[in-house]
Design a protein around this ligand. Structure first.
Ligand SMILES: CC(C)(COP(=O)(O)OP(=O)(O)OC[C@H]1O[C@@H](n2cnc3c(N)ncnc32)[C@H](O)[C@@H]1OP(=O)(O)O)[C@@H](O)C(=O)NCCC(=O)NCCS
Length: 374
């Protein structure tokens, strides 16, 4: 019997991808050849999605056409909206999103077609509609009517309008858009790997990304951005950081938004989000949360050698933008949808079933005992 790979498959290179590259020792993230530091200040989220799906940067007219295509497909199937309205009012948004995406799959005209052309059409609909779904979920739980998309607005601007009922400032929309770009893709992270496992059974795209949402929901993955904000609120004040952390270490608590399976140095996405957090919290009169974050970061690094990950500073970025905390992880999903769909297309284009083995550590030669004798 072959010995199992390390717990949690640490260090295992499961397959190949040409979508994104991570060097965890150097703190490098590359989408299709472009370092995230090149992209973050320059590319919009739809531009990043185009790059990921096609392998090249769009020309101006290609980007305009791509954005117009996304804009034209933002509207949800009315039956999806009806189903969302029947969910319990206290359904957590990630569970509602998981359900909503699955329901969209029921009505998708290409649902059972895994051809490259159908996958591309479904990917467009999924990236276009995830913002509409999240906004609708947020409106419905407040007892409000969901708003229809406005195709004249960018994907991020329309999300803000549909969620809040009024347009956001261009600074807020740009900041949100940048977080989506930073969340777009990240190698074989847990949710993406879940999508690829499902796709590799020749499962359809909606099944795969529904599984992705389920994997992202957990607090060791996407759920960490919301938990990180709750941590900061629990700490409350700058001077509480030290004592709070001491207690957390004593109780062996994981500090949400810190640590990473692959990065052993600064997560390059955190570099951008830290600066965004500094600027946005200051503008929103919430600078104390940035200062607390810096203090927590300094203490985590000096005491444990553990760096913040993408979710840590994203928490205060979203807080400064006034986004409800339980929408932070759905927003992660909104960005990662571009990556999940790209991975499904890559998997289907050169597929083999993903089916590892397990090292069995149980007994093998027990004898049957009749039920009355047990
Ligand atoms: C991301 C994460 C799941 C990676 O896990 P992993 O590679 O399995 O690493 P481990 O949980 O085995 O941690 C290795 C060591 O670092 C410590 N550690 C890792 N992340 C930590 C954190 N956030 N807070 C406190 N200690 C942490 C562990 O306690 C462990 O210490 P030990 O060897 O003394 O037991 C983990 O760092 C974590 O739980 N972070 C918090 C959740 C989070 O932010 N997730 C979003 C990831 S983008």
């Amino acid at each position: 019997m072959t010995a199992a790979a390390g717990k949690g498959l640490e260090g295992v290179v499961a397959s190949r991808t040409s979508l994104s590259f991570i060097d965890g020792l150097e703190g490098v993230l590359v989408y299709r050849g472009y370092n995230i530091h090149e992209l973050a200040p320059n590319a919009s989220f739809p531009e990043g999605v185009f790059l990921l799906w096609t392998g090249r940067l769009p020309t101006r007219s290609e980007l305009d056409a791509f954005e117009a295509k996304l804009a034209a497909r933002r509207g949800l199937d009315p039956r999806t909206l009806e189903a969302l309205m029947s969910l319990p009012r206290d359904t957590v948004p990630m569970a509602a999103l998981r359900t909503g995406i699955s329901i969209e799959g029921l009505y998708d005209p290409d649902a059972e077609d895994n051809s490259a052309e159908a996958n591309e059409r479904k990917a467009v609909r999924l990236v276009a509609r995830t913002p509409t779904l999240i906004a609708a979920i947020h409106r419905i739980r407040q007892g409000l009517e969901p708003l229809s998309p406005d195709p004249s607005l960018s994907l991020s601007a329309d999300f803000v309008r549909m969620a809040n009922g009024e347009p956001g400032t261009s600074e807020a929309v740009d900041a949100l858009d940048r977080t989506l770009l930073l969340y777009l893709d990240h190698g074989f992270n847990a949710s993406t790997f879940a999508c690829r496992v499902i796709a590799a059974t020749l499962g359809d795209m909606h099944s795969a990304v529904t599984g992705g949402v389920g994997a992202l929901k957990g607090s060791l993955h996407g759920g960490a951005n919301a938990k990180a904000m709750h941590t900061l609120l629990e700490i409350g004040e700058l001077e509480n950081v030290g004592p709070w952390l001491e207690r957390a270490f004593a109780e062996k608590r994981k500090i949400m938004g810190f640590g990473h399976r692959v990065y052993k140095t600064e997560d390059p996405r955190a570099t951008h989000l830290r600066e965004m957090s500094r600027v946005l919290t200051q503008q929103a009169g919430l600078a104390k949360f940035y200062e607390m974050s810096r203090e927590l970061e300094d203490q985590m690094i000096s005491q444990k050698g553990i760096n913040p990950n993408v979710d840590f500073y994203c928490a205060t970025v979203y807080y400064a933008l006034g986004i409800p905390i339980d929408l932070y992880t759905p927003l992660f999903a909104m960005g990662r949808m571009g990556g999940w769909t790209a991975h499904v297309m890559e998997q289907h284009a050169d597929n083999r079933l993903i089916r590892p083995r397990a090292e069995y550590v149980g007994e093998v030669d027990l004898r049957w005992v009749a039920i009355g004798d047990r």
